[in-house]
Design a protein around this ligand. Structure first.
Ligand SMILES: [Fe+2]
Ligand SMILES: [Fe+2]
Length: 219
């Protein structure tokens, strides 16, 4: 008893039923319901409330809570993509400040990973949705061609020791190219996409999920 009380007292929010009521929730199988006639355990044993239904209620509550949390976390697709753009822009700014070699290595690796994953989720999820909704024959093909150029530039710097003026020049050109591409997406494609009936929250959730998987593959 003392051991259970010691565990439960600091965090026990349940007044009715004392530590046993908590114990049946926290430690399935532990119970002395006869001590506490009004505890959930006693009610269950009296037939007023079956333990099975208590378990089901708890499971349903947990499941609903996690669904709610996922929904809360679901972001508008364009908000999520804009956040990626801002993050990468900041990383290029840091590179421009001529940091140490070690920092450069870290920045280049992060920039390449972020850009590659971002381009892939756009090509797999966002661009096809935009193309369908807008019956687009211009914005998406142009952006896809720009991605190909970005990937070629990424291949020139990823995993390469960041030394020498040519390396810095490549990073500079990559940064400028990303800026140009981002400007077109944010000023043209995103506003047009948002004016359609695309479910941006659903698309955002799909993009977030795919990004997570792609980053996991890279690590
Ligand atoms: Fe893009
Ligand atoms: Fe983008």
């Amino acid at each position: 008893m003392a051991a259970v009380s010691a565990i439960t007292e600091p965090r026990l929010p349940i007044q009715t039923g004392g530590c046993h009521a908590f114990a049946i929730v926290a430690f399935p199988g532990y119970s002395h319901p006869h001590h506490y006639p009004d505890s959930p355990v006693s009610l269950a044993n009296r037939g007023d409330l079956q333990l099975n239904s208590l378990d089901k209620t708890m499971t349903t509550t947990i499941s609903n809570t996690s669904k709610l949390n996922s929904l809360k976390k679901a972001q508008d697709a364009t908000v999520l993509l804009r956040a990626d753009h801002t993050l990468v822009g900041g990383l290029f700014d840091e590179y421009e400040k001529k940091p140490s070699l070690a920092k450069k290595r870290q920045l280049v690796a992060q920039i390449c990973a972020e850009l590659s994953v971002h381009a892939q989720v756009e090509e797999e999820i966002f661009y096809p949705a935009v193309k369908r909704a807008l019956h687009d024959k211009e914005l998406v093909p142009e952006a896809t061609v720009e991605h190909a150029t970005l990937k070629a530039l990424i291949a020139e710097v990823e995993g390469v020791e960041p030394t020498g003026e040519m390396f810095d020049a490549k990073m500079k050109v990559l940064g400028e190219y990303v800026k140009h591409h981002v400007k077109e997406e944010q000023n043209e494609m995103f506003p047009k996409a948002k004016a359609t009936d695309i479910d941006m929250a659903e698309l955002g959730a799909e993009i977030a999920e795919r990004k997570k998987a792609l980053f996991a593959q890279r690590s």
